[in-house]
Structure formats: C-alpha cells, structure tokens
Design a protein around this ligand. Structure first.
Ligand code: SAM
Length: 338
C-alpha cells in the first residue's frame, strides 16, 4: 500500500457519545462522493478535448478508506445520503463493493449515482444487487450528431441503452440531467420533453456554470432558466414543495402530457441557503461548495490529530460554508467532482 494512503483507526474508537452529535453549525445531509476524475466522455461544458491533468492512481484512496471516511461523516456531520459522481463513477473498478460498503453504514439511507449512462447497459443489474437505489443520467440531446458534438464523440445509443437497463434493473426513479446552452436549447428541449413525457422520467435543466478551461465558452453559452421558461411553450400545472434539493420541481403540461421538470438555477437564483451538500473527492479532500477553493484534508486530519482536534477543525471548516463569492471555478467539473 503506498505510504500516502491513510489508515483510519478502528470505528469503535471514532465514535464516542461526546463526538457523535452533529455540529450545531451543520445541516449537512448529502455527500457527493467523487470516486474518480476519469471520464470516457469529453463534454464541452466539463473539460477540454485533451482532458485535464489526472490524479495519480497512487493518490486515489482505496475504496475501503472511502467507506471509512463516509462513516466518519455520517457520525460526525449527520450525512445520511451518498451520491456517487466523478468523472464518470462507473469507470472506477470495484464500485459494487463500494456501494455495498456505503449502504451498510449506520445512518446512510440511500446510495445513488450520477452518470453519463454509457456503461449502465452492462452494469445496471450488478449495481442494483449491490444496493444502489437510483440513478441520475446526463442527457443533453436526443439527436445523435448533436449528442456527439456536445460530448465530443460519444454515442447517444450507449446512453439510451444505459437508461433502458437502469429502468429494467429498477434503479428508479430515474432523473435526467440536461445542461442548458443558449445556442442549442430551442433544438434540444422539445424532443427531451417528449422523451420525458413518454418515459415518465423527471428531467432537470441545469444552468451552465463557469468551470475549468471552458469558462469563456460557458459564459457565452449561458442562458437563465427564466429566459428558457419564457420561451418554452408549456403550461405550468403545479410547483413542487421546496426541499433541500438543488432543483425547484414543477409539473408542466407539455403537448398535452404532464411532465415533471426540475430547474437547477445556481447562477440566476442560487440555492445556497438550503444547501445540505458536502463534497468529497477520491483523495478524501472535502469541499463545502462546488465553487469553494478551500478544501479540507480529512484523511490527514484524522491521521495527525486526536479525534477531538480533528472534529474541532472539521466543525470550523463547515462553519465557513457560505455562499461563494462568484459562481466560478478554474477547475473542470470532473476535477471538482460535479
Ligand atoms: N460523468 C457523470 C455525468 O455525466 O453525469 C457525473 C459527473 S458530471 C461532472 C456531473 C454533472 O455535472 C452532470 O450532470 C453534468 O451535466 C454537470 N456539469 C458538468 N459541468 C457543468 C457546468 N459547467 N455547468 C453545469 N453543469 C455541469
């Protein structure tokens, strides 16, 4: 085992009555766990064609350690749901082992996954058997040429096959994620909404954030949800209750069929006041917000400090979870763990 990998102390020593209380400053519930920065797609809004510098394999924590760190966060921060992401999380080998380990943690009531769907065709059943609850699948176009354009060469059919496999395996409710682009939304949304109407899946439209080397492009291509709603020929049937989810949900009448839509508006209507998310990457680095440059090295703290000190440092880091100064990050989303 490489020297950089941490060895957590046995769990019984991590949990004491004094430490087990979630900190008052924390309303964290959802851990977005990025298990790899590798991706088999090169989506234009996410990374350049040549990819981005990769985390060395020996810096990736073993899956056992990610499970232990998540357990620490469940005990000390009140985390009760985990969403696996990346990069493309299905590219990390052993993901089924990870899912069953996370699922077995006391207090974790759901393990879900955000994916481009391309590998679900052959993995969906194993993932379900391992304890995965459901999947969110990125789908930016139903036109194979435009899908290949936005993903820089990926096959639409592989993602559609993955969606079918996920549904057949019971990884439901499936939600679709579409990033809004000024130049293409008028072409893409009608067929995506038709597809959502046929399948009954919720479709979430995400405002483009300025990330990575593609920031200038992201700025040019940005369009707000308000502008899209104004231009969309659909009737609002009802608005969903406000939850801690990043999406404001609504039911719309689309060409005579009810469609569940989620609007994700980090730029036009930030939802920081209800954010219950914490991020951890495959090196165990925590991040309070996608746009927060400051990370917290949880493995290092647990190695060098006593439990009391590590917890104090963690609480003080979390106390600084405030709205970002700007919706802007020089790292690609796959590096941050989107
Ligand atoms: N590979 C997986 C996938 O394709 O869903 C998971 C990782 S991907 C980084 C997670 C989510 O981030 C996707 O839904 C993607 O659309 C979104 N995303 C990536 N870059 C973005 C950007 N600049 N603005 C808004 N959303 C972005």
């Amino acid at each position: 085992m490489p020297a950089t990998l941490i060895q957590l102390r046995p769990r019984t020593r991590l949990i004491t009555a004094e430490l087990a209380r979630p900190p008052a400053v924390s309303r964290l519930r959802l851990l977005r766990l990025s298990i790899t920065d590798r991706c088999n797609f090169r989506c234009r809004y996410c990374m350049p064609l040549e990819g981005v510098p990769k985390v060395a394999h020996h810096d990736l924590l073993p899956l056992e350690t990610l499970i232990e760190l998540t357990q620490w966060l469940a005990v000390h921060a009140g985390i009760n749901r985990v969403r696996l992401t990346g990069g493309e999380p299905l590219m990390r080998s052993g993901i089924e082992f990870l899912i069953s380990g996370l699922q077995a943690i006391d207090g974790i009531r759901e393990v879900s996954l955000t994916t481009n769907g391309s590998l679900l065709g052959r993995m969906a059943w194993e993932l379900k058997a391992a304890g995965l609850s459901r999947v969110n699948i990125s789908l930016d176009s139903l036109d194979k040429e435009r899908f290949a354009e936005v993903t820089r060469g990926a096959s639409l059919q592989s993602t559609l096959n993955g969606i079918d496999a996920a549904r057949n395996a019971g990884l439901t409710p499936i939600k679709l994620n579409t990033v809004l682009r000024r130049s293409t939304w008028r072409q893409e949304l009608p067929s995506l909404l038709d597809y959502a109407a046929q399948t009954g899946f919720e479709i979430r439209f995400i405002e483009l954030m300025r990330t990575g080397t593609e920031r200038a492009w992201c700025e040019t291509e940005f369009i707000s949800v308000d502008e899209v709603c104004e231009g969309l020929d659909a009737e609002l049937l009802s608005v969903g209750a406000q939850t801690n989810s990043s999406a404001q949900t609504a039911l719309i009448n689309w060409r005579g069929a009810p469609v569940a839509v989620g609007w994700i508006t980090p730029r036009s209507h930030p939802f920081c006041d209800r954010c219950d998310r914490l991020r951890m990457d495959a090196r165990g680095q925590l991040r309070r917000c996608l746009m927060d440059p400051m990370q917290f090295d949880l493995p290092r703290q647990l190695n060098i400090a006593s439990q009391i000190t590590a917890r104090r440092e963690f609480d003080s880091y979390i106390a600084g979870k405030t709205p970002p100064l700007a919706m802007d990050n020089a790292l690609a989303m796959s590096q941050i763990g989107g």
